[in-house]
Design a protein around this ligand. Structure first.
Ligand code: SAM
Length: 290
């Protein structure tokens, strides 16, 4: 049998055979390291009863591994030039479906019904295109897809922001959004050398265990996230000053009273508030009719 796709030699062979040229604008950095592929697939906790959704299969290095670990694999690839290559690389795998399209535009609920109806759980497993990491993850989470976990290779700084706890400079609205839906866990950091071509940034694998119910309960989710955004609007400002810009100067005194009534010092900065505190804050602001 042919060598695995995720090796320097076979990847170079496939690229040469099809005359494939990398598009930087699509975040194309292909994995050529078996150990890293193992780490990613192991973290996803797959078995034959489970499904795997891959975003951006490239020439199929991870797809091939997923086809061994899961009962069903669906892979969404935007680059038309890769579709025939994937067709050949994955030819003898009837339980793998390649879908040509942009993950940000596809109806993922419908795709889930079509591809994973028989699965007992689905994981998203991907080496993501770094230019669209956050929009892709937010789409997966906001659509409340029935996911058990998400295991993705992303830019190291973004992984650290997702997993950050209150108080540090990495903690921001992305940390709150991700932790509202998931329990994040850094799996490993990864050197440049495991990719062709090598990216200019450091990478890490992060596992997001999707919660059955959000971390905090809020009466109005959209409003909760607007309050979070507003609290981090200008990081050097206090919570009081950021929120004043949000609700209007005339409400300054009311705002001070409201913060004191829920035990949050108005002089604190947004980056020190826990999810529970943001939930309490947005709930009282909503009650106050803001
Ligand atoms: N999974 C392969 C691997 O690990 O070797 C390739 C990973 S590469 C970092 C990202 C892949 O995502 C590329 O194949 C790229 O064409 C694809 N891609 C980029 N934007 C996409 C989008 N919006 N929807 C689907 N695929 C996309």
């Amino acid at each position: 049998p042919a060598a695995e796709v995720g090796t320097p030699r076979r990847t170079k062979e496939i690229i040469a055979k099809y005359g494939f040229s990398f598009k930087k604008s699509l975040g194309q950095n292909f994995l050529i390291d078996g150990n890293v592929l193992n780490r990613i697939v192991d973290a996803a906790e797959l078995d034959q009863s489970k499904g795997a959704l891959e975003i951006g299969p490239g020439i199929g290095a991870l797809t091939e591994r997923l086809s061994q670990a899961a009962g069903k694999v669906a892979a969404i690839e935007i680059d038309q030039r890769l579709i025939p290559i994937l067709g050949e690389v994955l030819a003898d795998k009837p339980h793998v479906t390649v879908v040509h399209g942009d993950v940000l535009k596809l109806d993922l609920r419908q795709l889930f019904q079509q591809q994973f109806a028989d699965c007992e759980g689905v994981s998203v497993v991907a080496n993501l295109p770094y230019y669209v990491t956050t929009p892709i993850l937010m789409k997966l989470l906001e659509e409340r897809l029935p996911l058990q976990n998400i295991v993705v290779m992303i830019q190291k700084e973004v992984a650290e922001r997702m997993a950050a706890k209150p108080g540090g400079k990495e903690y921001g609205s992305l940390s709150v959004a991700v932790q509202y839906y998931c329990e994040p866990q850094l799996v490993c950091t990864v050197p440049h050398t495991v990719f062709i071509p090598q990216p200019n940034v450091d990478s890490a694998v992060i596992k997001l265990k999707v919660r059955n119910t959000p971390a905090v309960s809020v009466p109005d989710e959209a409003f909760f996230f607007r309050v979070v955004q507003a609290s981090f609007a200008q990081r050097r400002k206090t919570l009081m000053n950021n929120l004043t810009s949000f609700v209007g100067k005339e409400k300054r005194d009311e705002l001070t009273a409201l913060l004191n009534s829920i035990g949050i010092d108005p002089a604190r900065r947004g980056e020190t508030l826990s999810l529970e505190e943001f939930a309490a804050l947005s709930s009282s602001m909503l009650e106050a009719g803001w």
